[in-house]
Write a protein that binds this ligand. Structure first.
Ligand SMILES: [Ca+2]
Length: 127
């Protein structure tokens, strides 16, 4: 019985990991000019895409600074470059996302990037 309860608890703990098509990678710094693999999924648990993107490259339109947290290239305030922000930028660029956390494809990536946006500079991820 005890084994059953333990394995049940284990599977409950593993559930969020197993469900995540794309995961929150904490605040992982990325650096301008380097190539990183942007990962996102369609929907919130859909087909995962991996795409190589050069950090700070110009994706066109409002995606002039790929991997930078916050909208576009900003207005001069310090911002950070992180993996989760790159995932969200690439997702948004490829799927034409809008609406931040409410976007059907990139809302989950947006939420994963929120801590990066808030704390990335403080954590030393200024690119
Ligand atoms: Ca997604």
């Amino acid at each position: 019985m005890k084994t059953l309860i333990v394995s049940l608890l284990m599977s409950l703990l593993m559930l969020p990991v197993a469900m995540a098509g794309e995961r929150n990678e904490g605040i992982t710094c990325i650096y301008k000019g380097s190539n990183v693999t942007a990962t996102y999924d369609l929907g919130t648990n859909g087909t995962v895409r991996n795409r190589t993107v050069k950090v700070n490259s110009d994706g066109g339109g409002s995606y002039g600074c790929m991997g930078r947290c916050g909208g576009g290239c900003g207005w001069g305030a310090p911002s950070s470059y992180t993996k989760d922000c790159m995932d969200h930028d690439k997702c948004s660029l490829d799927t034409g996302a809008s609406g931040g956390s409410g976007d059907s494809n990139c809302g989950d990536e947006f939420n994963h990037a929120a801590d990066d946006w808030a704390w990335g500079v403080w954590r030393g991820c200024r690119g």
